[in-house]
Write a protein that binds this ligand. Structure first.
Ligand code: HEC
Length: 150
């Protein structure tokens, strides 16, 4: 019984540790480096992009995307992953978001996840009037969909 448990534990540990460095070593080629370890891990979690598209319906009232996108209440979201925060030309950002971008905030999946969970807790003084998405799975799927916006 005991040895079965040890065997299972060893198998689990070895399997996981074989997977982990691999996940860290192969970040998404579309995403400019540097990304954190947490980002690398997040990028390897499968996402349901169609579900992400449905959740994005809650963003389109304020955010445009696609080749002929225009800034609306919020800035264009094309190429948001890997983009410096507060950097769309001609959009009137809050001081807080511009400052965060100057201080090095880049929208990696992990940072987006924290922002979308609760914009106000993530960055006080930002002006996105959105309470946040509390469901982790929904945020993952949404971020998976955001990756497709060009
Ligand atoms: C009611 C309007 C509104 C809704 C809904 C909204 N946003 Fe925003 N969003 C904004 C505004 C306004 C800003 C600019 C914030 C600032 O300057 O502080 C912003 C900023 C952002 C940024 C930072 C962009 C940059 O260039 O740095 C991201 C990312 C973002 N929103 C994603 C989303 C996503 C994803 C959703 C849907 C879950 C969403 N927003 C819903 C209004 C909105």
């Amino acid at each position: 019984m005991r040895s079965q448990f040890v065997c299972a534990a060893l198998f689990f540990f070895c399997g996981f540790s074989a997977w982990l460095p691999n996940a860290l070593a192969t970040p998404d080629p579309d995403i400019p480096l540097p990304i954190s370890k947490s980002d690398a891990l997040m990028l390897h979690i499968p996402t349901d992009i169609e579900n992400g598209a449905r959740i994005f319906a809650g963003c389109v009232g304020c955010h445009d995307s696609g080749p002929s996108a225009l800034n609306r209440v919020g800035p264009i979201l094309n190429d948001i992953i890997g983009r410096k925060a507060g950097s769309i030309e001609g959009y009137d950002y809050s001081k807080a978001l511009v400052r965060a971008g100057k201080n090095g905030l880049v929208w990696t999946p992990y940072k987006l996840d924290a922002f979308l969970m609760s914009p106000n807790d993530f960055l006080g003084g930002n002006k996105m009037p959105f309470v946040g998405l509390k469901d982790e799975r929904e945020r993952r799927d949404l971020i998976g969909y955001l990756k497709t916006l060009k």
